[in-house]
Design a protein around this ligand. Structure first.
Ligand code: ADP
Ligand code: MG
Length: 478
């Protein structure tokens, strides 16, 4: 047989026809249409799927069927494995040691490809860029992935206007304010992505204000405040996240004041986020408050039901999952305020269904509502633990969950996973999914690492115990 010279795609298409005869049409379009094949020969069949959850699901539900379809159609008995296609290769999660996907599937949002190109040239483009800051934009936070609803329509429209002509609108500075988990960071970073998409030479600096503070303190210690100032004052667009934390240090506030003035005078764009209207920030001096009011202040309100459902649909689609309307409606009405929690619930549902081998049904959704604990007595969710651990270690939640391997970040991440395992009843798979699509074995590793360190280092054990207690207390039923 000439199988080796045969096109893997054709072989796989042949197998799909076989499978299509055996499963319900809905299941086929949910779980097989989105697949691609990366390799197909006598040794290996590597199937590319849109998400780790998806891989898990297909493996659990359909592996046997795939194997027999392959054997019937090709007489080959390859080892079947799955790879996840993601926006960037660095992010790709693999369930098997297969080669990284050469093609990026529809799971990729439209902008990142252009973004990446911009980033690559941007790094040495005109020698202006500072990679350390430029790369800290999260690829997911783009306008294309931002669902517009009543609560954020204005902020979104203004953000687009600013991204299109940074520094040249009356909206300088722009302040986006709103409660936690409503999309402030997402919008802020989307401005950076879009502006750089339109002009790859722009120097976009994104910085959480805690980092602004720690960079500044570091520079004081090392006597290189000049270097610090160069980084921040040479920005074309300075994006400062969570300025409410600026109130913590007087020297930092002073430095920020001067950074602000320098940039504003040079007609460079400044965009900030804040958890309340800046005028109401206690502990911030008037000179800063008044400057924050020079430009535009845009609030984000919690999403209405329709928007919550739209967000759930969009997130499901990004994971390559079909979310039935009634399930979206159920989850959307169950979680009302925080979009991060909404995302969490969806991830939870996907993990739950994977473990219980059920479709994404309303019953399964009810199951996760129970698994997430009774809302009124405790709101101890994975997200809330992540948030508290991130705050404790002065990290952003994104960093904590992200791919970063810096030692402090990894150590904090381990503790967060450990505490989630200890304080909630979530299965390891679920916990892994909540930590940036990580595998359950990563969670086990984290838990073991923390346990071992606690045994050997009493001061470390102390930190972990105190944090655990603080989280428990904060979330204890009244
Ligand atoms: P904040 O900074 O206000 O605390 P984030 O920007 O971190 O909130 O948003 C929390 C999560 O919710 C992120 O994963 C973000 O992508 C998502 N999110 C928030 N608003 C929207 C929206 N309008 N559409 C899609 N996703 C959103
Ligand atoms: Mg934020």
């Amino acid at each position: 047989m000439m199988l080796e010279t045969q096109d893997p795609h054709e072989l796989w298409a042949q197998c799909l026809l076989n499978i299509e005869r055996q499963v319900r049409p809905q299941s086929f379009s949910n779980w097989f249409r989105p697949t691609h094949v990366n390799r197909f020969d006598e040794n290996q069949l590597v199937i590319q799927v849109p998400s780790l959850f998806f891989a898990d699901w297909v493996e659990n539900h359909y592996l046997g069927m795939i194997q027999s379809a392959v054997e019937e159609e090709t007489t080959l008995v390859p080892k079947v494995s799955f790879v996840v296609a993601q926006a960037s290769e660095a992010d790709s999660v693999q369930t098997s040691p297969a080669t990284p996907p050469a093609v990026v599937t529809r799971a990729e949002p439209s902008l990142p490809a252009a973004e990446k190109a911009a980033e690559n040239t941007g790094d040495n483009g005109a020698g202006k860029a500072s990679p350390a800051h430029e790369t800290s934009l999260n690829e997911r936070y783009i306008f294309e992935d931002f669902v517009i609803g009543e609560g954020n329509r204005f902020a979104h429209a203004m953000a687009i206007a600013v991204a299109k002509s940074p520094g040249n609108t009356q909206y300088n500075p722009m302040v986006i304010y709103g409660a936690v988990g409503l999309g402030k960071t997402h919008l802020l970073q989307a401005i950076g992505h879009h502006a750089r998409h339109l002009d790859p030479d722009l120097k976009v600096v994104y910085v959480p204000s805690e980092k602004f503070m720690s960079d500044f303190i570091e520079s004081l210690k090392n006597h290189n405040t000049k270097e610090f100032q160069k980084t921040y004052r040479s920005a074309d667009i300075l994006l400062v996240d969570d300025i409410q934390f600026l109130i913590r240090g007087e020297q930092t506030r002073n430095e920020f004041f001067h950074t602000f003035n320098a940039l504003h005078q040079a007609e460079k764009q400044i965009v900030m986020t804040c958890d309340s209207p800046p005028g109401e920030l206690e502990g911030l001096e008037e000179r800063l408050k008044s400057r924050f009011q020079w430009g535009l202040i845009a609030g984000i309100d919690p999403p209405d039901l329709e928007t919550r459902i739209a967000i759930l649909r969009q997130k499901a689609e990004r994971n390559g999952i079909h979310l039935p309307d009634e399930v979206a409606a159920f989850l959307g009405s169950y979680i009302s305020s925080n979009i991060r929690e909404l995302e969490g619930a969806l991830i939870h549902l996907m993990a739950y269904c994977s473990i219980h081998k059920s479709e994404l049904t309303i019953e399964a959704a009810k199951g996760i509502v129970q698994a997430r604990g009774p809302g009124q007595t405790s709101n101890l969710t994975i997200e809330s633990i992540q948030q508290q651990v991130a705050e404790h270690f002065n990290l952003t939640q994104d960093l904590l969950i992200g791919k970063g391997r810096k030692q402090e970040v990894t150590a904090a991440r381990h503790i967060a996973m450990f505490l989630v395992k200890r304080l909630t009843r979530n299965p390891l798979t679920t916990i892994g999914l909540h930590f940036g699509n990580r595998d359950h074995s990563t969670v086990i590793h984290a838990v073991r690492t923390v346990e071992k360190k606690c045994k050997n280092d009493t001061s470390y054990a102390r930190v972990v115990e105190d944090l655990s207690e603080a989280i428990r207390r904060q979330h204890a039923p009244e």
